[in-house]
Design a protein around this ligand. Structure first.
Ligand SMILES: O=C(O)CCC(=O)C(=O)O
Length: 287
């Protein structure tokens, strides 16, 4: 993230990054995402887990190590979390240098990955708008003397072109700084100020979780496939639906094939870091 991008990210709460993935990366990831979808659908219902957050029951596939929810039908979404375990093709996104250059300018201190979702949004589907405005400290957007100080950011990778009719990822620009709650509507398409972001294959959207966001209706006849990876300070545990605020769910086989650098991106906080985080929170509260 250069200074011009940092200015835009601070002003708007998101960036559309053109060509973050190479054509080769898109090709390989697309094949893996398609295989994962077929596996998740063929193996549903998987072992049910108790609802961890927002009443959602996810299903766990013990051999491939992912958690899934949803189904393939008109208006529905399938979400597959912890896709790292399912296929080493996804390893390229663990320590993806072009991505980390953005993340490391938005989060202070040691960064870890806290969220992973393959999303399949079928025709007729939309993603309800959420976040924006004063949402509390967990996902807050902040700035201090060291620069931008986000609690959680996400990179959404697009594996095909997504136009206005294809269920684009959507945002209400600037709402990461709003002092008031947004005028919520049932459909993201009806929210005041909500815009869909048209992208090309290989592009990515980088945003602070504090920003009001969602996904406009998919009015096309093809499913929208994206990969979402979340990052935060090392003390933040998993932000996946199925393992919310627990350690990241990685199979031993996944950890074993990772490099030291990749493993570090999933390593929970150590005591010294926790102490520094407490100090920073106290300083923030006092200021
Ligand atoms: O891609 C979408 O439709 C919405 C995704 C979303 O809400 C998220 O990544 O937090």
């Amino acid at each position: 993230m250069d200074d011009a991008e940092r200015f835009e990210f601070d002003r708007q709460g998101y960036l559309v990054i053109r060509g973050l993935l190479s054509a080769e990366e898109v090709g390989r990831l697309s094949v893996a995402v398609d295989k994962l979808e077929e596996h998740a659908l063929a193996h549903a219902p998987m072992q049910a887990r108790k609802p961890v957050v927002w009443g959602l029951v996810t299903r766990h596939d013990p051999t491939r190590g992912y958690h899934g929810q949803g189904r393939r039908a008109r208006g529905e979404t399938l979400i597959v979390e912890d896709f790292w375990n399912a296929d080493p093709t996804f390893d390229v996104l663990v320590d993806h240098a072009p991505t980390l250059r953005y993340v490391e300018r938005a989060i202070q201190g040691r960064v870890t990955i806290n969220n992973s979702e393959a999303r399949y949004r079928y025709p007729g589907n939309c993603t309800g708008a959420h976040m924006g405005g004063p949402i509390g400290s967990k996902y807050r957007y902040g700035v201090n003397a060291q620069g931008i100080d986000c609690m959680m950011v996400r990179m959404v990778y697009f594996l095909h072109d997504v136009g206005p009719e294809d269920g684009p990822f959507s945002v209400v620009p600037g709402t990461h700084k709003s002092a008031f709650g947004p005028p919520a509507r049932d459909l993201p398409d009806d929210e005041p100020g909500m815009i869909g972001l048209s992208v090309r294959s290989g592009d990515a959207v980088f945003f602070t979780e504090n920003l009001r966001h969602g996904g406009l209706a998919n009015r096309s006849e093809r499913s929208r496939r994206t990969l979402h990876v979340g990052y935060g300070p090392a003390w933040m545990m998993s932000q996946n639906f199925s393992t919310m605020d627990q350690p990241q769910y990685l199979l031993p086989a996944t950890l074993a094939r990772y490099s030291q650098r990749q493993r570090a991106l999933f390593q929970p906080v150590c005591e010294a870091e926790l102490e520094r985080a407490r100090e920073r929170l106290e300083q923030t509260a006092a200021s």
